[in-house]
Design a protein around this ligand. Structure first.
Ligand code: NAP
Ligand code: MG
Length: 470
């Protein structure tokens, strides 16, 4: 794998201040495939300075010109889709088909959507005797996870640039090669030096330095609730803006009138995709008592094709999880599910291969709402099927976690599903298998986060208002 031994700061590849490195491991083989520099507070400071210096020029760049640069970035990423897919498969372990269809493609759609929004958004509004100006917040510190490595970066960089902000990205230590590819795309797209900077490093050093940097105006974080809480506290103490996109434990509610075969199959696919490493995954399937056994049987049949294997294989549907720690963590949750009395109907904690961080696709039946596996985010290919007695019971279970990121409802009539969805405490609900919409706001209720990403709501996160009275 191609790796850079430097960081992208101020429009050039600069050597890191320190000598530390991060080993990039292929989770399917456990082999080290590259090394990248482990940035320090000094590198973060250099990147923030470069961003600050670039801010006045970029903020003053007409939106149409910002839109043109975003369109150029979209085109460069589109031209490099294969390289992106190959890199994501190597460092994340996602099946190459998924890498192409989602990891390499969704960022192109998101960058394209912000090219259009930058050109069409009303950055000025008249309210009574006032003109309200929507101005960029300033220097953004973005801290991103490894699960959708390019998407998570672009979902912050594209709206920031559209708004007129400048940005420093600290990507996840597990997926720095995808981030370096992105930095190359930024350069090729002709973005002015300093507008986008990428500093590889570990969270507790580079991430912490970025979140705490006094010249960062907005911290945008995606990752675990534990780290998000600390970042929120740091930002709060400094009175700076913060956006937190955190974990989830979403419910897939199958109402009695639904097409159960379709709903169960889609629910299983949703959880197995990306080895269950999707914050919005519907990891709790809720089925009425009368249809419960039938649904469990259908789920067991539906996981069978997800045989863990070489993610470079075009036919592979389930790769490994990202690293050894996640592997141990997910297996620990499976053990806990068994220990707490859930019924294992597929998979289990025993790894399917000797090498690689593979987990067998796992399904638990007879899961009750208070069990650990029904409450905590597992981030692995593990589905829990819960039983409900009536709609109110289903709602109580669906809303009964600290999270509220996503969910799904299935019913015979769309209106019935919508009525249920209105009562859910969650930021996104797919009705009868509704498709992902890159323009719809994405973000959490409750402890799933603060703020929204994507589309015009995502753009608004990077703007602040100034009112002029006449
Ligand atoms: P994480 O630790 O929250 O990592 C997310 C990002 O924050 C990474 O760039 C990480 O750097 C950085 N970071 C870690 N500690 C930090 C600190 N003290 N200050 C500033 N930045 C810090 O998540 P993870 O360890 O990769 O995964 C653990 C769990 O998080 C998962 O099992 C899952 O439950 C959840 N998660 C959620 C999402 C989501 O999309 N909502 C995505 C990924 C993970 P490093 O890469 O160096 O750790
Ligand atoms: Mg971590």
């Amino acid at each position: 794998m191609k790796a850079r031994s430097s960081m992208y700061i101020g429009g050039e590849w600069r050597p890191a201040a320190g000598t530390g490195t991060i080993a990039v491991v292929n989770p399917a083989t456990e082999q080290v495939i590259a090394e990248v520099p482990a940035g320090t507070a000094e590198d973060i400071d250099a990147a923030v300075r470069a961003a600050r210096a670039a801010f006045p020029g970029w903020a003053a760049t007409p939106p149409a010109e910002r839109a043109a640069r975003l369109a150029a970035l979209r085109d460069v990423m589109a031209a490099r889709k294969d390289e992106t897919a190959e890199t994501v498969t190597a460092e994340l372990g996602s099946p190459v088909r998924l890498s192409k269809a989602v990891h390499a493609s969704s960022p192109v759609a998101v960058a394209g959507s912000y090219a259009e929004l930058a050109a069409s958004y009303a950055f000025e509004e008249r309210i009574g005797n006032s003109t309200v100006l929507m101005e960029p917040v300033g220097v953004v510190g973005a801290i991103t996870p490894w699960n959708y490595p390019l998407h998570q970066i672009v979902a912050k960089v594209a709206p920031a640039l559209a708004a007129g902000c400048v940005i420093v990205v600290k990507p996840a230590e597990d997926t720095p090669l995808t981030a370096q590819l992105f930095a190359e795309a930024v350069r090729e797209a002709g973005l002015p030096p300093g507008v986008v900077n990428v500093v590889t490093g570990i969270g507790t050093v580079a991430g912490q330095a970025l979140a705490a940097h006094e010249d960062v105006d907005l911290v945008s974080f995606t990752g675990s609730t534990a780290v998000g809480r600390r970042i929120g506290a740091t930002a709060g103490a400094a009175v700076k803006r913060v956006a937190l996109e955190l974990g989830g434990k979403s419910a897939n509610v199958i109402l009695p009138s639904a097409d159960h075969a379709r709903a169960v199959k889609a629910g299983v696919a949703n959880v197995m995709t990306n080895s269950g490493q999707t914050c919005s995954a519907w990891t709790r399937m809720l089925v009425h008592a009368d249809r419960y056994d039938e649904a469990v049987e259908a789920a067991v049949a539906a996981v069978a094709p997800y045989r863990p294997g070489d993610p470079r294989d075009e036919l592979c549907r389930l790769g490994p999880v990202v690293n050894a720690a996640q592997h141990a963590r997910v297996r620990g949750y499976i053990d806990k599910g068994v220990a707490e009395g859930a019924r294992l109907v597929a998979g289990g904690a025993q790894p399917p291969h000797d090498t690689g961080y593979f987990i067998a696709p796992t399904v638990f039946a007879d899961v009750t709402p208070e069990m650990t596996i029904a409450q905590e985010e597992i981030f692995g290919p593990v589905l829990s099927i819960l039983r409900y007695e009536d709609e109110d019971d289903a709602l109580r279970i669906a809303n009964g976690t600290v999270y509220g990121l996503a969910g799904a409802v299935w019913a015979g009539e769309e209106s019935e599903a919508v009525a249920f969805a209105r009562r859910m405490d969650t930021g996104q609900v797919d009705i009868n298998g509704g498709r992902f919409n890159p323009l719809a706001p994405f973000g959490g209720y409750k402890q799933s986060g603060v703020g929204r990403e994507l589309g015009r709501h995502g753009l608004a996160e990077y703007l602040q208002t100034k009112s002029l009275q006449f």
